[in-house]
Ligand binder design. Sequence first.
Ligand code: ADP
Ligand code: MG
Length: 185
Amino acid sequence: MSRLNPRQQEAVNYVGGPLLVLAGAGSGKTSVITRKIAHLIQQCGIRAQYIVAMTFTNKAAREMKERVGTLLRAGEGRGLTVCTFHDLGLNIIRKEHERLGYKPGFSIFDESDIKSLLSDIMQKEYSGDDGVDEIKNMIGAWKNDLILPEQALAEARNPRGEPPPSSTRITSAPCARSTRWISTT
Ligand SMILES: Nc1ncnc2c1ncn2[C@@H]1O[C@H](COP(=O)(O)OP(=O)(O)O)[C@@H](O)[C@H]1O
Ligand SMILES: [Mg+2]
């Protein structure tokens, strides 16, 4: 196994906070990350179950797991998470599905599932599916703004953001970029 150069070693040893390692392909970034995981577990006494290494692709996750495995002794890596962003999200939902109100066998829709569902709904409701992409994007924007379905419905019914009638009140969606008019009825 190659020895790390001083800059890599510095990155491995630094545990005081966030750290960005910016370097070209094949320059030793993954080596830094894998050694740092081993360092955190073996020298800093941090349990593997509290460490998450996130990669862009499944292939990179497999490679990283394998490389960390060679640095750890038996049992040291128990509970370590090395996965993609999507895997991490899926695992959290799987673990917390009850709390979220999902059934254990919930399914994840990909782009084409989403489009065919929207298209089905539109065929039924409007006998045509023009604008499926726009609707998908709108739903995506609501999700990015942390707008809940009920709030989205209220907004869709009142797209110009006109003040609601007196029977309603103003609520700000959590972390949303702007205040929205939310109907309470
Ligand atoms: N300091 C170093 N000296 C020599 N070889 C190194 C050093 N750091 C990493 N390597 C080797 O270089 C190759 C690429 O390293 P890797 O960590 O996969 O880079 P990156 O993730 O930046 O693409 C690997 O074979 C690794 O063992
Ligand atoms: Mg790499």
